[in-house]
Design a binder for this molecule. Structure first.
Ligand SMILES: [Zn+2]
Length: 436
């Protein structure tokens, strides 16, 4: 037990969530518990599994399935011959689509010759979409209705509250979501402090994203803040797309960056010069190294601002040294230990010592916060505490300060709140004065 008896924690913070997606996943077909893909074919479809005419599910992980199983559209086609199907993998970086779905997405073509679209021996797509192809497809799915979206935000907020959180940092917000947040506050329905981050997908859309962010910033209050702009720079370790400094064991690839350092420098300069902050999704050690190096160059040229590094699951000591001259905060998710520890040492034998670097960050006095990456992992600080303990037994040493310190809101600009825990159970949450 972590908290025996009664404990009060101020401003309990999940520092990396996807608010709307958390609601979507809570409402959608949950594939996380599936141990055999045949269960997918046996499922009785419920009305909330649908997004327009698409059947949508989330959370499969083939590493739990029979070894020789291959992700292929034919398997889905045997149940869904006409209806388009889109099933996201548990890491949110790839998807499995059937033939009807590929047709709708305009991807039913031979020899597409793209690394992010897996093809079979015949040259036709298998329906396994990765990274960019996955994200593009996700954006092509029919929109949820305004009412569905509102429900998703509410369901997710209640989920965060049930897990004790009074403060979240939403990494994939939008203008739409900002407005819904305002409305829900106005109606007195929300007991959650939210930091909003808008995603920028390309240099060409940067100006528009900054403009929207600045507009929202004028309307900040004690329950909602607009922090800045986020870029997805690399991928995930699970799909070998996080950019690391050596090839993945048994492979000739070491991942890649989706943004050039020139473009990252350009974004940093623009975003900081408008008084906004920048966050970069960076999991691999080489990706983070190049980002930090780029930020130092932008600083040296005279533009400075706050830099947030998301995930940083592997981080080399020399990169941590280079961070010292920057206003930087890292956002780590200990709960990824539960899925990644199974292969971390075999996949990255030489980088294992640099994985989950909370102890080294603490030693070097680099600011960091803990979060869940919900809906990728459940939003739970208790499961993070557990993960830190388990990792400690495998030579990834825990921080010297109490772990819960890294789960509290690190700024002074919000309405203050309190979470009461008795014997590891969340009893109540309360805000001093949420509606002024
Ligand atoms: Zn995330």
């Amino acid at each position: 037990m972590f908290f025996s008896g009664e404990h009060k924690i101020s401003n309990l913070y999940d520092s990396h969530v996807h608010w709307m997606y958390t609601g979507q996943v809570l409402q959608s077909w949950n594939l996380k518990k599936i141990k055999d893909p045949l269960e997918i074919l046996q499922e009785k479809l419920l009305p909330h599994y649908f997004r327009g005419d698409w059947v949508v599910g989330f959370g499969w992980d083939e590493s739990f399935w029979p070894k020789n199983f291959i992700i292929h559209r034919n398997f889905l086609d045997s149940k869904f011959s006409q209806q388009p199907v889109f099933l996201s993998r548990n890491d949110g970086h790839s998807s499995w689509v059937n033939t009807a779905g590929l047709k709708k997405l305009g991807l039913w073509l031979p020899n597409l010759n793209r690394a992010d679209i897996v093809v079979d021996d015949s040259g036709w797509p298998t329906g396994h979409l990765k990274e960019k192809a996955h994200i593009e497809a996700l954006y092509q799915l029919p929109e949820f209705s305004a009412d569905q979206k509102r429900q998703q935000l509410l369901i997710a907020a209640q989920h965060f509250n049930r897990n004790g959180f009074t403060h979240i940092r939403d990494m994939t917000s939008s203008l739409d979501q900002w407005k819904m947040n305002q409305q829900l506050l106005k109606e007195g329905q929300l007991f959650l402090h939210v930091e909003h981050w808008f995603v920028c997908e390309s240099v060409t859309s940067l100006e528009k994203v900054i403009e929207a962010a600045l507009d929202c910033k004028k309307d900040e209050n004690s329950m909602m803040k607009l922090r800045g702009v986020k870029l997805f720079v690399d991928g995930s370790l699970g799909s070998h797309t996080a950019f690391i400094s050596q090839p993945y064991s048994g492979q000739d690839q070491s991942g890649q960056m989706n943004w050039s350092t020139e473009d990252i420098a350009y974004c940093m300069e623009k975003i900081w010069s408008h008084g906004l902050e920048i966050a970069l999704h960076s999991i691999g050690d080489e990706c983070t190294h190049q980002i930090v190096d780029t930020a130092r160059k932008v600083y040296a040229k005279g533009t400075q601002g706050r830099l947030h590094l998301e995930h940083v699951e592997i981080l080399r000591p020399e990169t941590i040294q280079m961070m010292k001259s920057l206003h930087v905060r890292c956002h780590l998710q200990p709960c990824h230990w539960f899925s990644d520890s199974a292969w971390l040492e075999t996949k990255l034998p030489k980088l294992y010592d640099h994985a989950f670097p909370w102890r080294s960050l603490e030693k070097s006095k680099i600011a960091f916060s803990f979060g869940s990456d919900s809906p990728i992992e459940p939003s739970s600080f208790l499961s993070n505490l557990k993960a830190v303990d388990l990792a400690d037994k495998k030579k990834i040493f825990k921080p010297q300060h109490p772990v819960i310190n890294y789960h509290t809101y690190p700024y002074q600009d919000s309405e203050s709140a309190e979470t009461v825990i008795i014997d590891d159970e969340i009893k109540t949450i309360s805000f001093k004065n949420p509606y002024g």
